[in-house]
Design a protein around this ligand. Structure first.
Ligand code: HEC
Length: 112
């Protein structure tokens, strides 16, 4: 039966869910989980081995800028453009925040 009290309880439940979702937005564990996929190619903690590009320690705006560009690409061709398509803009922001907070790997010059 729908009494005003049950409606009020339902509304409170929705408000609580929204608050929980908002709190999760900056949960470092969530950011880390989202970023873990990148480590498969860009190395553990974004420090690549071999000829791959390291992404740790790059600025958040640079990282998110590149990924948002790839996300917006209407005709994805290379691996990275397809990777970027798997994330929302907010997830890209979180991934960029995660890697920018990590130390830049030693010897990772911009020209290597
Ligand atoms: C399947 C392997 C693979 C995965 C997974 C992957 N990348 Fe890449 N990434 C590449 C390759 C290969 C390149 C270089 C060539 C290109 O652009 O395709 C690259 C290039 C980049 C570049 C541009 C070069 C640079 O150093 O600035 C960025 C930024 C980047 N990746 C970020 C990410 C992020 C963030 C993730 C996780 C969301 C990710 N990549 C996941 C393979 C991968």
């Amino acid at each position: 039966m729908r009494t005003p009290q049950t409606l009020l309880l339902a509304a409170a439940g929705i408000a609580l869910t929204a608050a929980t979702a908002a709190a999760a937005a900056d949960d470092p564990m969530v950011n880390r989980l989202l970023a873990s996929q990148c480590a498969q190619c860009h190395g553990t903690f974004g420090a690549a081995v071999g000829g791959m590009e390291s992404i740790a320690g790059e600025s958040a705006s640079e990282l998110s800028g590149e990924l948002l560009e790839m996300l917006a690409d209407a005709t994805p061709e290379d691996i990275m453009e397809h990777q970027a398509k798997g994330y929302t803009r907010d997830q890209i922001r979180r991934i960029a925040a995660y890697y920018s907070a990590l130390p830049k790997p030693a010897g990772s010059g911009s020209d290597d």
